[in-house]
Design a protein around this ligand. Structure first.
Ligand code: NAD
Length: 415
C-alpha cells in the first residue's frame, strides 16, 4: 500500500468528507485502499542499439461502479505514489460525473522529449503487452494524459487488438476519429473547465464576458480552456507553460499565440505580450485562475498571493490541502479537479458507449450531452456544498463517496 505525499493529500481530502458523512469504518477502509497496483519493466531497444528498461505502472483504485478508467502519463517524475493518487481521484471523478466507471491510472517513467517516435511506439506496445491481462473494455479503459496523445492510444488499441485477435476499439478512449474516437473528445476537458468557470460566475453573480483570466499550462487542457473561456468574451491575460509565460493586460491574441506555440513549442517569447513567471501569474489580479499543468502548483508558498475570485482546477491535484484551506478561508471559490476537469472522462465515457454500440454521434450531440452532464455534476456539488456548509472539494467528495459507498453496500462482501 502506497503512502507517499500525493496519495496522502488525496487521503486528507477523502477523510474530511468521510467524517462529515459518518462513513462506517469498513467501507472507509475499502475506499482508502487501491484494489490493484501493477508494476512492470519494459525493455526497449533504443535507436542507438542499446537496451533501456523503463518502469511502468497501472493502478486500478476502485472498480465498484464499472471498469477502471484513467489516463496514461509519460514523464520522468512518474511515481507509484502519484499514479495511485491519480487513480483514486479518477474513482471520485467518475462518481461525481455520474458515469458507470471506476478509477484507474497509468504511467511510465521516461522522458518522451528525448525519445524518437519509433522508441515511443516500442515502449507503448511493450507496456501494453505487460499489462494486457488487466485491461479491456469491461476491465480497464486507458486514455491520454500528460505527454500521451491519440497516436499513443492508437498504438495501445492496435497492440491489444493483436493480442485478443480482433479489433477492439473500446479498450481505450481518446483515439483518432478514424479509429473509433469521439467528436468533441479533444476539446472535452477544456469545455468542462469552461462550463465550470461559467457556472461559477453565474453562482457568484459576476459577468464572465467581462472577466479576466490567467491559465497555467498550454497543453490540451490549458489551451482549449483558454480558447473556450475566451469565446465567452472573457479576456485571457496570462498563460505560462514549462518554459515561461506571457502577459498582456488587454488580452492575449490566442490565434497568434497558437501559431507561435506550433513553431516554438512554448508560449515563452511570444511577441504579443511581456514575459511572466508562474509565481507572477498566480499573483495577478484576475477574476478566474485556471491551473492546467501539473499537480501541487498552488502551495502555501504562493496561495497567499492569489487574488482571483475563482480557481478552476483544470489539472489534477494542482492545489495542496493547506493552500486549499487557505484559499477557502479567504473566500476564494475553488472548483475542484474532480468536478472541473471531469469533462474529459465524461466524453471518454461517450466514446466508449459509441464504440460499443458501433454508432457515432455528431459533435453537437456530444457537446450537448456533455453540457447536460457537467451542469448536473456542478449543481449536485454546489447543492451539497450549500447543504453541508462546506467547500466545493469536500462537497464533491461527499457526492462521490456516497455514490461509491451505496453501491459497495448493495454489492456486499465477496469472501
Ligand atoms: P499536456 O501535456 O497537453 O500539457 C501540459 C502543459 O503544462 C504544457 O503546456 C506544459 O508546458 C505545461 N507545464 C508543464 N510543467 C509546467 C510548469 N512547471 N509550469 C507551467 N507549465 C507547465 O497535458 P494535459 O493533457 O493538458 O494535462 C494537464 C493537466 O490536466 C494534468 O494534470 C492532467 O492530469 C490533467 N487532465 C487532463 C485531461 C485531458 O483530457 N487531457 C483530463 C483531465 C485532467
Amino acid at each position: 500500500m502506497t503512502n507517499g505525499p500525493i496519495f496522502g493529500a488525496m487521503l486528507q481530502e477523502f477523510d474530511g468528507a468521510a467524517r462529515i458523512l459518518n462513513l462506517e469504518p469498513g467501507i472507509w477502509k475499502i475506499l482508502t485502499h487501491p484494489k490493484r497496483q501493477i508494476t512492470v519493466s519494459c525493455p526497449v531497444q533504443m535507436d542507438n542499439g542499446e537496451i533501456e528498461v523503463f518502469t511502468g505502472y497501472r493502478v486500478q483504485y476502485n472498480i465498484t461502479l464499472g471498469p477502471a478508467k484513467g489516463g496514461i502519463r509519460y514523464h520522468p517524475g512518474v511515481t507509484l505514489d502519484e499514479v495511485t493518487a491519480l487513480a483514486a481521484w479518477m474513482t471520485w471523478k467518475c462518481a461525481v460525473a455520474h458515469i458507470p466507471f471506476g478509477g484507474g491510472k497509468g504511467g511510465i517513467i521516461c522522458d518522451p522529449t528525448r525519445m524518437s517516435r519509433r522508441e515511443l511506439e516500442a515502449l507503448t506496445r511493450r507496456y501494453v503487452a505487460e499489462i494486457i491481462d488487466a485491461i479491456g473494455p469491461e476491465k480497464d479503459v486507458p486514455a491520454p494524459d500528460v505527454n500521451t496523445n491519440d497516436q499513443v492510444m492508437a498504438w495501445i488499441m492496435d497492440t491489444y487488438s493483436m493480442h485478443v485477435g480482433h479489433t477492439s476499439t473500446a479498450v481505450v478512449t481518446g483515439k483518432p476519429l478514424e479509429l473509433g474516437g469521439s467528436l468533441g473528445r479533444r476539446e472535452a476537458t477544456g469545455r468542462g473547465v469552461m462550463i465550470s468557470a461559467r457556472e461559477s460566475a453565474k453562482h457568484l453573480g459576476f459577468d464572465i464576458s467581462n472577466a479576466t483570466v490567467a491559465v497555467q499550462g498550454f497543453g490540451n487542457v490549458g489551451s482549449i480552456s483558454a480558447q473556450l473561456i475566451g469565446e465567452l468574451g472573457a479576456r485571457i491575460v496570462a498563460i505560462t507553460d514549462w518554459k515561461g509565460g506571457v502577459y498582456n493586460e488587454k488580452g492575449l491574441d490566442l490565434a497568434m499565440l497558437n501559431d507561435h506555440v506550433r513553431q516554438q513549442k512554448t508560449v515563452a517569447g511570444f511577441s504579443g505580450g511581456t514575459s511572466v513567471t508562474n509565481d507572477e501569474l498566480f499573483a495577478l489580479d484576475v477574476d478566474i485562475l485556471v491551473p492546467a499543468a501539473l499537480e501541487n502548483q498552488i502551495t502555501m508558498a504562493n496561495a497567499p498571493s492569489i487574488k482571483a475570485k475563482v480557481v478552476v482546477e483544470g489539472a489534477n491535484g494542482p492545489t495542496s490541502p493547506d493552500a486549499h484551506r487557505h484559499l477557502h478561508d479567504r473566500g476564494v471559490f475553488v472548483v475542484p479537479d474532480i468536478l472541473a476537469n471531469s469533462g474529459g472522462v465524461t466524453t471518454s465515457y461517450f466514446e466508449w458507449v459509441q464504440d460499443r454500440q458501433g454508432y457515432f454521434w455528431t459533435e453537437k450531440e456530444v457537446n450537448d450531452k456533455l453540457e447536460a452532464k457537467m451542469c448536473e455534476a456542478f449543481n449536485a456539488v454546489l447543492q451539497t456544498a450549500l447543504k453541508y456548509r462546506v467547500d466545493l472539494r469536500t462537497a464533491a467528495y461527499i457526492v462521490a463517496i456516497s455514490r461509491v459507498a451505496t453501491v459497495t453496500r448493495m454489492r456486499g462482501m465477496y469472501a
